[in-house]
Design a protein around this ligand. Structure first.
Ligand code: F6P
Length: 320
């Protein structure tokens, strides 16, 4: 394969630029032409495509976001959208594709793959919610971002003897909250995967206060509720003073961690090798610290299994 395309799709993640950079460099090393497709599948359908040069990826490894931009496209999911994308792929002589994103991105890739386009998928989502891989690109940076913000919030909470409740991203998956809860750390971690009654949380905050611990930290994943609602509940039912903070996009932006840069680089070099061997319909991941690739359909079907033992450890550690 001598001409490949690359796109980023769905929510951006820190490390996407490192992935684009590694793809271009590995492609050039194999005498490939690498076409940058802007704005995800939407841009693919619209032919927003440009041949990438070495200079395009200078000084981007440390930048969050994605130089190729990203989008979520409803039109691409329609038969007309798919057929338009196929026409563009053929018009630009693109022989294989590397796509970086989460679940929705992978489903789009499968549709192209079923029509005969060799596609290799790279998991890029801060949520870490893809069952076939231990980690996704962006997760480590997001956890580090949350950890650093918690430490700043704790300073001011401690100064006022207040409790902080910090809402982090994760609609279906509580991994960011769980990891930030252990490393932040938090006294209470509320996740979509675990039923933790707010009444029990209120009781714990009151007990903490009674035993002289005037500052506590609560982390709530967005899928488990809103920080403002939790704070309201606590203030209405206890004498604990609590302040809600919603971190929002702070956790998705910023410089990618070394771990994410490394993961993105290893995964994309592997993806280019797969395309070089004309091997498509694969998803690249990492398992037990080894880069792997699996059939794309298996990656999509793999259920994301919640790490109960990690949660139990978090509960034990936060007990004292
Ligand atoms: O999928 C990643 C994610 O960051 C989720 O955690 C979050 O709920 C969602 O994207 C929000 O994305 P946006 O605001 O871009 O729609």
């Amino acid at each position: 394969m001598k001409r490949i395309g690359i796109l980023t799709s769905g929510g951006d993640t820190p490390g996407m630029n490192a992935a684009i950079r590694a793809t271009l460099k590995a492609g050039l090393d194999k005498q490939m032409t690498v076409m940058g497709i802007y704005h995800g599948y939407q841009g693919l359908m619209e032919g927003r495509i440009k041949q990438m040069q070495y200079s395009d990826v200078h000084n981007i490894i440390d930048r969050g976001g994605t130089i190729l931009r990203t989008a979520r496209s409803e039109v691409f999911k329609t038969p007309e959208g798919l057929s338009r994308a196929l026409q563009i792929i053929s018009a630009y002589d693109i022989e294989g594709l590397i796509v970086i994103g989460g679940d929705g991105t992978f489903c789009g890739a499968r549709a192209l793959s079923e029509k005969g386009v060799p596609v290799v998928c790279i998991p890029g989502t801060i949520d870490n919610d893809m069952g076939y891989t231990d980690f996704t690109i962006g997760f480590d940076t997001a956890v580090n971002n949350v950890m650093h913000e918690i430490s700043k919030i704790r300073d001011t909470m401690r100064a006022h003897d207040r409790v902080g409740v910090v809402e982090v991203m994760g609609r279906q998956c509580g991994d960011i909250a769980l990891w930030a809860g252990i490393t932040g750390p938090a006294d209470i971690t509320l996740l979509p995967e675990v039923d933790y009654p707010w009444e029990k949380a209120a009781q714990k905050l009151v007990e903490n206060k009674l035993r002289g611990r005037l500052t506590s930290m609560v982390i709530i994943a967005e899928g488990a509720g809103k920080a403002v609602d939790f704070a309201k509940y606590i203030e209405e039912n206890t004498d604990v003073e609590i302040k809600p903070v919603t971190l929002g996009y702070i956790q998705r932006g910023g410089n990618p961690s070394a771990q994410d840069r490394m993961l993105a680089t290893k995964m994309c070099v592997h993806a280019v090798e797969l395309l070089d061997e004309n091997c498509g319909g694969r998803a690249v991941g990492i398992r037990d610290n080894k880069i792997i690739d699996v059939p794309l359909s298996d990656a999509i079907a793999a259920k994301d299994v919640f790490d109960h033992s990690l949660y139990n450890m978090s509960e034990m550690i936060s007990k004292f």
